[in-house]
Design a protein around this ligand. Structure first.
Ligand code: SAH
Ligand code: SF4
Length: 349
């Protein structure tokens, strides 16, 4: 049995307008079963059901946070697990998707990094996260208007599959998302950034910088040994020139590591002329983390220094901390007893 979500709308099975009908059932209606596709001839529905599967998950568990976000834990068909987060607030429904099981990059402050690398997710497994969330929320997949690739994994190290999934997200017969509403967050793999620029999909890029100098960055981001900041910024400049999309720089503030005001000043200098926006992320703690977050006063002072120097800066107070759904907490753990554990799909096929 093959994964139908691995196909672009024009590659779907069926002749002529049948492809568009199937795409509509999948992405507008959120059908998880071919039997629901009642305007297809019964013989076609049965043939589809024999050859193709829609869901990529054996099990989906939902962990709602007190703040309205919901963490989803997916058991893949091979038994491995990955996660996504649904964030319905701020008048736009957003999902944060994973691109891998675990992550090979090993950033010191990230719980996913501490898991190590499991495997890449297929395009179908990336898209299936959206369909499962929409199904559980009782909404059309197309009602999800914002996608961030900021869950488990480094998207630019799984570029082939990520690109295919993003193409379906942007496709008018797929999820029909505006490219401005799709954000790919990367630890900074120059090759991948150039490739993404070449593809010209127009998606937003978020660069996880976390330090303005290589010495500091190498202490917390192991890939910094391979890719110096200057090389990454050159790739980012190229991306900006090509796409005209303002790049966001993410910066998780860690006490005594990257939160000195001289680092704010160096960061401002570094980003000059880049039309950049800085997103400061307060550290989200997890058990066994070797670092500590900067206290609130330090976060505000760092932000103030950047703003004073003319750098547009926001602070992303994370949601979903109580269920381990905040940035960098995705590690397949549920940090408090469950009060609610619905099973969405037990397709297992
Ligand atoms: N691998 C990609 C995308 C996933 S991580 C990347 O690194 O960009 C998404 C964001 O969460 C990154 O900016 C990452 O640096 C940040 N992050 C990781 N662990 C964190 C933590 N414990 N607290 C706050 N932010 C964290
Ligand atoms: Fe991987 Fe991103 Fe976590 Fe680093 S921060 S370990 S790149 S998921």
């Amino acid at each position: 049995m093959r994964a139908i979500l691995d196909l672009l709308p024009e590659e779907l099975p069926g002749e002529g307008y049948r492809k568009a009908q199937i795409a509509h059932w999948l992405y507008a209606r959120g059908a998880l079963d071919f039997a629901e596709m009642t305007d297809l001839p019964k013989a076609l529905r049965e043939a589809l059901d024999r050859e193709w599967r829609i869901s990529e998950f054996a099990l989906v568990e939902a962990y709602p946070s007190r703040d309205g976000s919901v963490k989803y834990l997916f058991t893949l068909l091979d038994g491995k697990k990955t996660e996504a987060v649904y964030m319905p607030y701020e008048n736009r429904k957003t999902v944060c998707l994973s691109t891998m099981v675990g992550c090979p990059a090993g950033c010191s402050f990230c719980a996913t990094g501490a898991l190590g690398f499991g495997r890449n997710l297929t395009a179908a497994e990336i898209l299936s996260q959206i369909l499962a969330i929409a199904h559980h929320q009782g909404i059309s997949p197309r009602e999800i208007r914002n996608v961030v690739l900021m869950g488990m994994g480094e998207p630019l190290l799984n570029l082939q599959n990520v690109l295919r999934a993003v193409r379906v997200m942007l496709h008018p017969k797929g999820l029909a998302l505006s490219p401005r509403r799709v954000t790919l967050s990367t630890v900074g793999i120059p090759k991948g950034i150039y490739r993404l620029a070449e593809e010209d999909l127009g998606v937003r890029l978020a660069l996880s910088l976390h330090a303005p100098d290589d010495e500091t960055r190498r202490k917390i981001v192991p890939t910094a040994h391979r890719y110096p900041i200057a090389e990454i910024l050159e790739a980012v400049r190229h991306y900006y020139a090509k796409t005209k999309r303002r790049v966001t720089f993410e910066y998780t503030l860690l006490e005594g590591v990257n939160d000195h005001l001289w680092q704010a000043r160096l960061l401002a200098k570094l980003l000059k002329g880049l039309s950049a926006h800085v997103n400061l992320i307060p550290f989200n703690p997890w058990e066994g983390a070797p670092v500590e977050g900067t206290p609130k006063a330090g976060i505000l002072a760092f932000a103030e220094e950047l703003r004073r120097l003319g750098v547009p800066t926001s602070i992303r107070w994370s949601r979903g901390q109580d269920v381990g759904a905040a940035c960098g907490q995705l590690a397949l753990k549920v940090p408090r007893p469950l009060t609610f554990k619905p099973t969405l799909e037990d397709a297992g096929r």
